[in-house]
Design a protein around this ligand. Structure first.
Ligand code: ATP
Length: 498
């Protein structure tokens, strides 16, 4: 994980004239600059359009440096080392005149140690400034910072009113865990909302914070926090995959590290639609007792320039900060299918691909990846190379034994005793059906039985099965091609051992 303080120090010492900090959390940026300025023994000068230029810690602004032009002039004229924080300057970066002024300043700043910092959630650095401006991302807050933040929020609310704390130490740990993945500012807002509604920090606030986090993560539209409501017992078949996952249940823990185990990286689940790939990811999250995040590969791409890279960065960042967790990338092939050549999208998909590959290889946080894939022809071979994933599983259409198991799961889930059904006959009749199609046949049977004011029987389900044209018929060629590809390259997810 990056240490923003060290990185900023390094950039200043390397005499970068400009540094763009990608964060909307101005207070946090200011605190960071303050710390670094003190450690580097540099004066910190802060400019804003409302307060002009002032030295950090001083309330009174200098008389000069009121407008942006004046302030830049003042910064340029200053002959000694300094760190400047120009608030909101990034919102004017599309003005050619400002870019020119910054370019003029760059040479002066390089000569002695002067650095101008800008900060914002959506900074677009103009091409002309590329060589002079370094980018820095603020890391998400640590456990310790989140704990301090929680106490500070309670403390701030306690002025003039009573705030009750009704929480065990275990729930407090859960509260801090549930804040992971949020920025400092977002975590503070979530805590304020949790405390403000009833002037209480209690057990219930954990659920509320999880809800808020879900909202925040989904705002970007790329990462989704998936509620987990199924376990391995809800999967019919896929025994090899289930036992592979069960063996690695505690493999992301510190205890496993101390034992000398490398952290498992993840699996690719390649296979036929509706056969339980997403279900397996959910069941693993339940079994391992970890949060499950879903990254929709196709949604990384945004119509706004620069947004796609940011979307991916933010999603990976949030996932790392929620670690240990399981990150499911649905239809990973779509992450690379945006523009097949560098020309069609200005190299965007190649950049995204490159970033994802490095992250897969180098991430240090225990994020277990479950990548699902329906179409291998779209997958770049680099992705499959050893080291990026631990295993590639092929999830085929269920065999007769698995179909019986799936019927059992879905009948029991609807309060029907599987022993009252002819599972043999149902399994035989559903040759070529996926798990999702079997479930659908039961649901359709329930509707029919309800309309006829009868209970569900084998015959009602068989009638629905008869009326269904499974995907294995309409997509026969695709499935055969998938099987041929998987032969020898992927481990069957069914069967007794992986
Ligand atoms: P897609 O590629 O279309 O996303 P998928 O392989 O990820 O498909 P799931 O989303 O896991 O398939 O399956 C859809 C639903 O079908 C599941 O939520 C579950 O209810 C049912 N289902 C599929 N396979 C199984 C199975 N092996 N056991 C029990 N239920 C299953």
């Amino acid at each position: 994980m990056i240490d923003a303080r060290k990185e900023l120090q390094l950039l200043i010492r390397s005499r970068y004239p400009f540094v763009a900090i990608h964060s909307a959390d101005e207070a946090r940026v200011e605190a960071l600059l303050d710390k670094v300025a003190r450690e580097e023994d540099l004066p910190l000068l802060i400019w804003s359009s409302t307060r002009g230029m002032r030295r950090s810690g001083m309330l009174v602004a200098s008389t000069r440096g009121r407008t942006l032009d004046d302030a830049l002039q003042e910064a340029k004229a200053k002959s000694s080392e300094a760190l400047f924080f120009f608030k909101d300057i990034h919102t004017h970066l599309q003005q050619a005149e400002l870019v020119r002024r910054l370019l003029d300043i760059a040479a002066y700043f390089r000569a002695d140690r002067r650095t101008l910092v800008m900060a914002g959630a959506d900074i677009e650095i103009p091409k002309a400034l590329d060589h002079h401006c370094a980018s820095l991302r603020l890391p998400m807050p640590t456990d310790e910072e989140l704990k301090r933040l929680a106490w500070r929020v309670v403390h701030d609310f306690s002025h003039g009113q009573d705030v009750e704390i009704d929480m065990s130490s275990t729930s407090f740990v859960r509260l801090i865990d549930s804040l992971k993945g949020l920025s400092h500012l977002e975590a503070e807002r979530a805590l304020c909302r949790a405390v403000a509604d009833d002037l209480k920090l209690s057990e219930d606030d954990v659920e509320q914070v999880i809800r808020i986090k879900k909202e925040v993560l989904e705002e970007g539209g790329v990462l989704e926090y998936v509620p987990v409501d199924v376990g391995p017992e809800d999967i019919g078949g896929l025994d090899a995959l289930k036992s592979w996952l069960a063996v690695r249940r505690d493999a992301l823990t510190d205890k496993a590290r101390a034992f000398g185990l490398p952290a498992p990286k993840g699996v690719i689940l390649l296979g036929v639609q509706g056969c339980g790939k997403s279900l397996a990811a959910k069941a693993a999250a339940a079994d391992w007792d970890m949060p499950l995040l879903r990254l929709e590969a196709g949604r990384i791409y945004d119509k706004y320039i620069g947004e796609s890279d940011k979307n991916l960065e933010r999603a990976l960042d949030a996932a790392e900060h929620m670690a240990p967790c399981i990150l499911m990338i649905d239809e990973i092939e779509k992450a690379f299918a945006y523009g097949r050549s560098a020309d069609s999208d200005g190299g965007l998909s190649q950049r995204i691909f490159g970033r994802l590959l490095t992250w897969l290889q180098d991430r240090t946080a225990p994020v277990f990846l479950v990548a699902t894939c329906n179409d291998v022809t779209q997958l770049p071979p680099e992705l499959m190379r050893k080291g990026r994933f631990d295993e590639i599983f092929f999830v085929d259409l269920p065999d007769p034994g698995e179909r019986q198991a799936i019927f059992r799961v879905h009948l029991a889930a609807r309060d029907r005793d599987p022993a009252r059904f002819d599972l043999d006959a149902l399994a035989q009749a559903t040759d070529g059906f996926s798990g999702a199609e079997i479930e659908q046949a039961i649901v359709a049977g329930l509707y029919a039985a309800f309309a006829q004011e009868e209970d569900l029987t084998t015959a009602t389900i068989l009638a629905e099965v008869e009326a269904t044209q499974p995907l294995s018929v309409t997509r026969r060629e695709e499935i055969t091609a998938l099987r041929t590809w998987a032969e020898g390259r992927a481990v069957p997810a069914s069967g007794s051992d992986a």
